[in-house]
Design a protein around this ligand. Sequence first.
Ligand SMILES: Nc1nc2c(ncn2[C@@H]2O[C@H](COP(=O)(O)OP(=O)(O)OP(=O)(O)O)[C@@H](O)[C@H]2O)c(=O)[nH]1
Ligand SMILES: [Mg+2]
Length: 242
Amino acid sequence: MNETTSINPSVPAMYTSVWVVIPAYNEQRGVREAVQQVQRYIPNVVVVDDCSKDHTSDEALKGGAHVLRHPINRGQGAALRTGMDYALQQGADIIVHFDADGQMQPEQIPHMIQPVIRGEADIALGSRFLTQKSNIPPLRQMILKGGILFTRIISGLDLTDTHNGFRAMNRYAAEKIHIVQDRYSHASEILDEIAKHKLRYVEVPVTVTYSDEAMAAARARGQNSFNAIKIAGRVIWGKLLS
Ligand SMILES: Nc1nc2c(ncn2[C@@H]2O[C@H](COP(=O)(O)OP(=O)(O)OP(=O)(O)O)[C@@H](O)[C@H]2O)c(=O)[nH]1
Ligand SMILES: [Mg+2]
């Protein structure tokens, strides 16, 4: 890892080659706060504005992030890919995936990157089921459990949470993982890539909050349990055909 001098004395020098990638679609309400919170731990933040209809880009810039913008809405998977390519170009040694909607806890980023920094894993995956603290709605919980079983059967990965957007990976993993699926199926795709390239993975307990506000904002972006079932169906169908 590059040993560069940190600008913010509270940020350890070893974190300066870590990049946090935040995909954002219509997140003007929370993205500035999310960026500023993340920067308390990791200074390098790139927000990929997925052609939002609101002021997401401006707010992210005000927060102090690098901002990239898609000319059309392409989905979370595509936004992550754009952000990862950028971070790699900037010389990132570690890349973290983080959401803009305030559901993830920035203070958990240092825990997420620890196994990767220590060289114990190529990728760390957040899990909501290693702790009891995430107040996941029951239907969402059922769908997630189905995903866990399916992933175990198909890819052989032993995970407790297969669709958590909070991840940290080293450069080796970031270069190996090819995200082709633009929309939400990228989460399954990342797991397939981990299995295919035999990346060393570990799960780290994380808390994801499901406030009424966060759920309403997600619904406004077109994310809901029905969509999650549709995506799962598409992934299963794709696997059966391949
Ligand atoms: N829904 C959606 N989110 C996007 C898109 N592009 C980027 N994102 C961002 O991807 C992140 C995750 O989106 P969410 O809709 O909260 O998805 P999720 O966290 O997997 O689902 P929930 O459990 O419902 O919160 C957020 O930071 C979004 O702003 C897009 O086209 N649609
Ligand atoms: Mg969310």
